[in-house]
Structures are given as C-alpha cells and as structure tokens.
Design a protein around this ligand. Structure first.
Ligand SMILES: NC(=O)c1ccc[n+]([C@@H]2O[C@H](COP(=O)([O-])OP(=O)(O)OC[C@H]3O[C@@H](n4cnc5c(N)ncnc54)[C@H](OP(=O)(O)O)[C@@H]3O)[C@@H](O)[C@H]2O)c1
Length: 270
C-alpha cells in the first residue's frame, strides 16, 4: 500500500475544505473593516514579525476605525519585545499597550509547526517529549499567558475581542488523517483554553469575545515546507487571509465567543 504523508495530505485537505478568497483574486477591497467596534480602536498584535502577524498589523493600520496598533514580537524594539517563554516580557508589553486606555482588539499570531530538527510527526514512533513540550510551550502555554494579562485590559463598555490564531487541525472532531501529533494536540489545548477563558470573561466583560481563528492555508514560513502538495490556487496570501480574519472578527458577536472560527466565517467543531 502506498504510504501516505499526513503532513502533506492534511495541509491539502485544509486548503481544499476552504471556499473563501483564493490567492489569485484576493479579497474585495472593502473586506476587513471594523465597523462593529467602537472607534478609534486600540489593537495589539503578538507575533507581528510573522507572515500572518505582519499582514494583520499592516491591515489594521490601514483601517480608518483604528487609532493605534501595537505590534509585539521577539525581534521588536523595546517596549514591544517579548518571548512566549517569558511571562514578564508579556506583562510588560500589555502594560505598555493598555497604559492609555483599554484594548479593543488583541490578536495572538504566534505559532510553531517546525523548527529544525523539529518536524511534524507522521507516526507515534517519531514522538519525543522535548518536541511535545516545545510545541505546547509555543502554541498553548504562551498564548494562555498572553490571555492572562490581556483579558483584564479589554474594553468593557463596547465590543472587544481577544483572538488567538489556532488551526483546523486542532479540532478533535475534524481529525480523520492523524499525524502532526504535537502540533494538533497543542492547538487542541489552545482551543480548550480559549473556551474556558470565554466562559470566565463573560462575567467581567459581557460585551467581549475570546475566540480561536483558523486562517486557511497561508503562504508563510510555517507552511512553506508543505506547500508542494497543495492544489493550484489553494494557497492564500497573508494579506488575503488577514483581511478575511478581520472581517470574521467584525461580524462575530458575544454569542460566538469561545469557538474556533475559520477565515470564511464558518465555525469549526472542537
Ligand atoms: N500558515 C498557515 O498555513 C497556517 C495554517 C493554520 C494555522 N496557522 C497558524 O497561524 C499562526 C501564524 O503563523 P504564520 O503562518 O504567520 O507563521 P510564521 O510566519 O512562522 O510566524 C510565526 C510567528 O510566531 C512567532 N514566534 C514563534 N515562536 C515564538 C516564541 N517562542 N516567542 C515569541 N514569538 C514566537 C514568530 O516570531 P519570529 O519572527 O521571531 O520567529 C512569528 O512572529 C500560527 O499560530 C500558526 O499555527 C498558520
């Protein structure tokens, strides 16, 4: 029997399941405004150096409803430099971003799938405790600590959103191909944390949402090694995905909190 690589097939499936903007045409120019928020927005992006993080930061800076966009990254200048492994650096970024008022929108765009010698596993035989710990640290623990510091700083008197970029492959119900054990499990953990935080957030911030986002298959460093198996036209540009994700966040309301949302506006089962 022909061997199947979950790494490639899973990415192809993620792309094929999508029905939203394709890379060639891109989104309509009006996609991704923030009309449902109270202007002028104060937005904070963690991972502004990444493919999606940079596109989200750029997109938000171009929106007339947005007043300030703070881009935090481990390569950023102080006071916007942080690493997911250092809670104090996260707390410092949040303190600076919220010094002059509450935050309307926080997006965690950090994440890790591979970093030599770390590769997504195709079988349990390739599991290592170290890889599992690294993926959980970056994809679940770090974003949870960001939430710990950001959620109390969200606006209370109007819509506010805390969103973390997760992945469809973190859905337990949607998992039919297996593989990518550490990445899938770390994103599933992230999805659970986001649901938990959403329930707790409702008590103090009744107009605020806490959600996960699936960006589609996007042309970034993270997906680069797995793009060759994709059907033509299925790979989105970071700009198209960023605009679509902002559009989704603009359309969500408090009843939608705690769930994982795809860039085409569809909920993904957890
Ligand atoms: N691209 C896709 O097809 C796809 C599909 C599904 C989900 N996603 C998710 O989308 C999110 C963004 O990914 P991307 O595609 O934009 O990947 P990317 O270009 O590789 O960006 C990853 C970002 O995470 C940051 N990061 C990684 N480890 C960090 C750490 N320990 N401390 C601080 N920052 C750290 C990176 O910082 P440096 O610049 O300093 O390395 C970079 O800003 C991830 O959560 C990913 O799982 C992507």
């Amino acid at each position: 029997m022909k061997k199947v690589s979950p790494s490639r097939t899973e990415l192809a499936k993620e792309a094929a399941s999508a029905s939203a903007p394709d890379a060639a045409s891109g989104p309509a120019p009006t996609l991704g405004s923030l009309a449902s928020f109270q202007a002028p927005l104060r937005a904070l992006i963690f991972g502004a150096s990444g493919g999606l993080g940079a596109a989200l930061t750029e997109h938000l800076r171009a929106q007339p409803e947005v007043g300030e966009v703070f881009g935090a990254a481990r390569s950023a200048e102080e006071p916007w430099r942080f690493t997911l492994e250092d809670e104090a650096s996260i707390a410092k970024v949040v303190a600076n971003a919220s010094a002059n008022g509450p935050l309307d929108l926080v997006i965690v765009a950090t994440g890790l799938l591979h970093a030599a010698p770390l590769r997504p596993e195709k079988t349990w035989r390739q599991l290592s405790g170290e890889a599992l710990m690294t993926l959980f640290q970056v994809n679940a623990v770090g974003p949870a600590l960001i939430a710990k510091h950001c959620l109390p700083q969200l606006r209370r008197d109007a819509k506010a959103v805390f969103a973390a970029i997760s992945a469809r492959v973190g859905s337990i119900e949607d998992n039919r191909l297996g593989g990518w054990h550490s990445y899938r499990a770390s994103k599933a953990a992230l999805n659970m944390l986001l649901r938990n935080f959403a329930i707790e957030l409702k008590l103090s911030h009744p107009q605020a949402l806490c959600v996960g986002l699936h960006p589609g298959t996007v042309d970034t460093a993270l997906s680069a090694p797995f793009q060759s198996a994709l059907p033509p036209g299925q790979l989105q540009t970071p700009q198209a995905s960023a605009a679509a994700l902002i559009e989704v966040l603009d359309r969500l309301s408090v009843e939608d909190s705690g769930r994982l949302w795809a860039y085409d506006g569809q909920p993904i089962p957890s």
